[in-house]
Structure formats: structure tokens, C-alpha cells
Design a protein around this ligand. Sequence first.
Ligand code: IMP
Length: 434
Amino acid sequence: MNNIVIVGLQWGDEGKGKIVDYLSENADVVVRFQGGNNAGHTIVVDDEVYKLNLLPSAVLRRGKISVIGNGVALDSHALISEIGSLKVKGMDVNPNNLMVSESCPLILSIHKDKEKLLEDLNVNHKIGTTNKGIGPCYEDKVGRRAIRLCDLENVDELNKKVDTLLNYHNALRRGLSYQVVKKEEMLREIKEVSKKILPYKKPLWRILDDFVKKGKRIIFEGAQGTFLDIDHGTYPFVTSSNTVASQAVIGSGLSSSAYVIGVAKAYTTRVGNGPFPTEQKNEVGNNLSTIGKEVGTVSNRRRRCGWFDAVLVRQAVQLSGVSSIVLTKLDILDSFDTIKVCTGYKYSGEIYDYLPASHSIQEELEPIYEEFPGWKENTQGKRSVKELPLNLMKYMRRVEELVGVPIHLISTSPKREDVIELRDVKFSEGALVS
Ligand code: IMP
């Protein structure tokens, strides 16, 4: 088994980008398999801050291959612009080191229009999306009317597909008294990027199969987090793709097993609306937000903050078959006198040791907390386990017990090098060992 899947165990923004970047030093290929440019990965290399949305984190390392799988909703304009901004910083992204699945559905401006129109109409359950057109693009994919990357090559086929797509979208737009889109406008929008994006188009499933046969080491980079999963998350306050590890197979076409690593923050954050049992709408939440610089990379919105929820993380571990976890941003808790961890919920006289699916129950859950004394010591940038305070070690041990799997790595700052390996998990000769 030469593959690793990395998924977020909360509501996204767990710090997956940095971990993928760290682990990709020993990998050959990094694959994005769901989501799109709604994701935001911040990675600091030699004091330079890189913010990636659509490109896999491997683009920051020379000699690695980056792959965008069929499960990704592809905004080609955004991709070309991201490639351009990396070129300015001296990174050469080209069809030899970036490959995009020919089956990716394309995000077009009609999708962003529809997202806004529907969010405005949605009185009771405003999602607070990133406005990147992700949901409407996936709707068209499932509705079997999406334009896919492979359609850009064949003008006749593209013309027919644009007609079908516009029939649907213009009917909706007319119904909402919104201006219709002319066929020429949509074709112009598509043609603007066609020439630039087509060289990246590949039959990815086949290339990945070949990589596996050649023993290449592949990392699958998840975006968002488990509780934003369309099936397993806090529905309807979720994204429109599956974010759990099994999506790595569907969203890339690679049928192979993998070692799954989950990434969790030492506290919890959420951007956008929806249930959040351990949210702290008080000084604790403000401190976590300020010290942790909790502002969304994509939408610039302030993230909601709260205590670590071990019930959620344990559920995420089970949903994705996670073997070990990475804990990030422990240093943000350095100044706290007391640290709390949620170990269960109370609702209507009952105790829950999992997150029930009903939205109305999720909103009413009362967290049960276990308290820990803080370590009151600076741990930012630490690189050795010997430098870690005893109270922090005790906190981590209890987290391991509660979530049911070991912590193998912690991250102590946004910088690439600031990590501590507690247990060895690395690619080895034909096998992944932990
Ligand atoms: P969408 O993915 O833009 O449709 O947004 C749906 C929900 O997912 C909103 O609450 C967003 O804030 C949230 N979301 C989407 N992508 C991310 C991410 O990368 N990190 C954190 N939240 C996200």
C-alpha cells in the first residue's frame, strides 16, 4: 500500500494543506479528489505565504506531479489564474507536472449566479457558501447536463451541450425575473480558457493505474472536512461533495486501498452557518479566533470558534477509517488556564455519544465537557517531543483515548518545518508502516 488519503476531521480549515505539503516530500503524486476552489490551503515556505485553492499542495515542491481528479468541480478561469500567480513566484506549473481529469465538470458564471439567487431565496436555511458556484456545478453534474473538460475539444458537441445547459438555467432565471444568458456569451466564456486548459486534460484513471503499477507514492488531498460532507455532515449546512476518505477512490478513478490520516485542530472552527455544539460565543471564542488568526482563506470571513469536540472527531475517524491523526494549532492553546474537551452531548434527558443526523437536534445539543489544566508555556515552533510541556502531553493522550486512534504528528506553527513526529508513519518499500 503506497497511498495515503488525508482528510479533515472537523468543518475544514484543519491545516491539511501544510500536512500534505510536509508528507509530499516523500511522495511522487498528489491528487485532489473533491471540492474545488472553495478550498483554501495556506502553506508557509521560507517565510513566503502560499494560498492555494484548486491546485494540489504538491505544486510547491519540485519534481512532484499534481493531479486534479474527476470529483473536482473545475473553475478553469480560477485554475489558470492560480497557475499564473505561482509562475510570478517562480513556480513552473505545466502539463508535465499538472494533470486534470477529462471528466471534470466545469464551473461557469451561471453557477455563481444561481448560487447567489438561491441563497437569497433561502429564508430558513442560508448556508453561507463561499460563492464559488460549487453546489450548482455539482447539481448540473448529477442532472447530467454539465459541460465537462473533455467537451471543450469538440465544437459540435459543445454547442449541443451549451443549448441543453442554457435551456435549464434560462428557464430558472426567467422564473426568478433574472436576465437570461445568451449562447454566444457562454461560448465566449468557455473559449476564453479552452486553449489554456486543454493541454492539462488527461484520462486520469488510466495514468493513476499506471502510477500504482510502477510503485509511485500517491497522496490524496482532501478538501473541507467530514462534517461538511454532503451525506455525513451537518446537512443542509454542508458543501456539495463527499469529503470522507472513500471519495478519494470515486473522485480519482483509482481503485486501490490507502492508509488514511485525519487532520484535526486542537480546538474547533467553522465558517458559514450551521450547528456547532462546542461553539464559544464569548471571550474564549474571541481569544481562539484572535490568537489562531481564524479568518477564512477563501471568503475572508471570521471563523466561528469553540472547544475540541472529541465526539465529532471520533465519528469522523470511524467514517473515514482513519488510522492515525495529526493535531494542528496546539500552540494556540498555550495561554489558556483551562482547556475543555467535549466528550458527549445531552439532549432531551438523553446522553449521546455521537452526532445525531437531525438538524433540529444538532442545534439543541448541550456539550458535556472534561476539563484540563493549561500548560501556560510557549510551544510555538517546537520541533522535539522533549520540549513539550507535561500538561500538553496529558491533553494529547486523553484526546487519543477519546477519538480511538493515535496522534502521529503535531504541527506547531504554519511553517513547513515546524512539526513533531510522535510516531513514525511514512512510505516504505512497498508498504506503509505506522
Ligand atoms: P460551498 O462549499 O461554497 O458550497 O459552501 C458550503 C459550506 O461549506 C459553507 O458553510 C462554507 O463556508 C463551507 N466551506 C466550503 N469550503 C470550505 C473550506 O475549504 N473550509 C471551510 N469551510 C468551507
